[in-house]
Write a protein that binds this ligand. Structure first.
Ligand SMILES: CC(C)(COP(=O)(O)OP(=O)(O)OC[C@H]1O[C@@H](n2cnc3c(N)ncnc32)[C@H](O)[C@@H]1OP(=O)(O)O)[C@@H](O)C(=O)NCCC(=O)NCCS
Length: 175
C-alpha cells in the first residue's frame, strides 16, 4: 500500500466502534497505551456514551479530539488529543497503529507530523506532551524523531498487571 497518509476526523458510528474495539484489545496496543484489561464491546460502547461524552475529565467533548489515521480510504490507526487546555495552551497526544500489517512502515511518523501541525497551527497549543512506558522503545524513538524531548521519569507510576513500570513524559514546544 502506498496511499497517502492523512488524519480523518473520527466519525463515531457502529462500524468504527467495532474497529476501535478490536484495536484496543490488541495486546501490543494495550501495552503501548497503558491499558491492562481487555474490554467487551458493550463496555467499549458504554465508554463512548458515558466517559467520552460526559464522565471523564481528561476526555470530554470539549477537551478532546479523535482522528483516524487513514491510508487511501482505509483506517489503520488513531490519533487522540486529550486534556486540551486553553489556559496553558497544551494538550496530550496519543497514537497507535491498529492495523498490525501497517506497523513499521512509516505511517505513524507521517501521521505525527500532521498531528503536530494541527496542534500548533489549528488549535494553536504551545506544548504537546506524551506519556509513554519506559520500555516502549519504538514510541520513544518515534516521538524523539518528531522533536519531542524527555522531561522526566515517573518511577513505578503504572501498575502493569503484575509489576510497576516507569513512565516517561516527553514534550514538544512550539518555539
Ligand atoms: C508506536 C507506533 C505508533 C509506531 O508506529 P509505526 O507506524 O510502526 O512507526 P513508524 O513506522 O512510523 O516508525 C517510526 C520509527 O520507529 C522505528 N520502528 C518502527 N517499528 C520498529 C520496530 N519494530 N523495532 C524497532 N524500531 C521500529 C522505525 O524504524 C522508525 O524510525 P526510523 O525512521 O528512524 O527508522 C506503533 O508501533 C504502535 O501503534 N504501537 C502500539 C501503541 C503504542 O505504543 N503507542 C504509543 C503510545 S505512547
Amino acid at each position: 500500500m502506498s496511499d497517502e497518509v492523512k488524519l480523518t476526523p473520527f466519525h463515531d458510528n457502529y462500524i468504527n466502534r467495532i474497529l476501535t474495539h478490536e484495536w484496543i484489545n490488541d495486546p501490543v496496543i494495550m501495552k503501548g497505551i497503558l491499558r491492562t484489561d481487555k474490554t467487551t464491546y458493550e463496555n467499549h460502547n458504554k465508554w463512548w456514551e458515558d466517559k467520552y461524552y460526559s464522565g471523564c475529565a481528561s476526555l470530554t467533548k470539549e477537551n478532546s479530539e479523535h482522528f483516524f489515521i487513514t491510508e487511501g480510504k482505509v483506517n489503520v490507526g488513531c490519533v487522540r488529543l486529550r486534556n486540551v487546555e486553553e489556559y496553558n495552551q497544551s494538550c496530550e497526544l496519543m497514537i497507535y497503529i491498529g492495523s498490525q500489517t501497517r506497523r513499521g512502515k512509516g505511517v505513524a511518523y507521517k501521521a505525527m507530523l500532521q498531528a503536530i501541525a494541527y496542534c500548533f497551527k489549528r488549535i494553536a497549543v504551545h506544548k504537546i506532551y506524551v506519556t509513554v512506558a519506559e520500555d516502549n522503545v519504538i514510541a520513544r524513538h518515534l516521538y524523539k524523531k518528531c522533536g519531542f524531548v524527555e522531561e522526566g521519569v515517573f518511577r513505578d507510576a503504572f501498575y502493569q498487571g503484575d509489576k510497576y513500570i516507569n513512565i516517561i513524559k516527553m514534550a514538544l514546544i512550539n518555539e
